[in-house]
Design a protein around this ligand. Structure first.
Ligand SMILES: Nc1nc2c([nH]c(=O)n2[C@H]2C[C@H](O)[C@@H](COP(=O)(O)OP(=O)(O)OP(=O)(O)O)O2)c(=O)[nH]1
Length: 169
């Protein structure tokens, strides 16, 4: 099983500014060509928070403090009946720097009402809107049709909203 992270930096929401989320257009690997948050797979001996910080730095050159990351979701992606990936999702309103393009990602600030769900993983429309409003969720998403996961068919889901997420991460 793969353990992975996603980090969604947020800005705005003050004095009438629209709340925006930093998305990336992923340039390679799983989910290539789709929008997502910065993130990726845990490396050896790395905690999920460390992974989210490292991936956000590597992909868009934004500095986030692991202690500022707020746990938002725990997502399990199941492929043909077996857990393929467990993903820790964080949001943060605190970061330093300006997002910069990298070989892996093209960053873009997007108003949360304008998130391009038609250009994202199919399950994202089910959980990301709530997460961007500050809710927590635990979700399981079933895919079928063999690897790679991003070519499999999304066949079912189960969501639990406003749950306390594991304190370990
Ligand atoms: N938003 C969203 N993200 C997903 C879904 N499924 C899924 O694996 N992800 C995330 C988890 C990871 O952050 C990312 C895949 O990991 P990755 O970016 O390291 O994959 P990769 O194949 O490019 O790996 P690498 O070569 O860079 O090591 O995609 C999904 O359904 N929705």
């Amino acid at each position: 099983m793969i353990e992975a992270t996603l980090c969604f930096p947020l800005r705005g929401d003050v004095e009438g500014d629209a709340k925006e989320v930093l998305l990336i257009e992923k340039r390679r690997g799983l989910g290539q060509g789709w929008y997502n948050g910065p993130g990726g797979k845990l490396e050896a001996d790395e905690t999920p928070r460390e992974c989210a910080v490292r991936e956000t730095r590597e992909e868009v050159d934004l500095a986030v403090d692991p202690d500022d990351l707020e746990r938002a979701a725990e997502l399990t992606f199941v492929l043909d009946g077996e857990t393929h990936t467990f993903c820790h999702v964080y949001v943060t309103e605190t970061f330093e720097g300006q997002p910069r393009e990298s070989p892996e990602a093209r960053p873009e600030w997007v108003a949360i009402e304008e998130v391009p769900y038609d250009r994202m993983w199919e399950d994202d429309r089910l959980w990301l809107p709530g997460v961007l409003e500050g809710r927590t969720v635990r979700g399981e998403f079933a895919f079928e049709g063999g690897r790679p996961l991003d070519e499999a068919e999304f066949v079912g889901h189960d969501l639990e909203w406003d749950v306390p997420l594991s304190e370990e991460f």
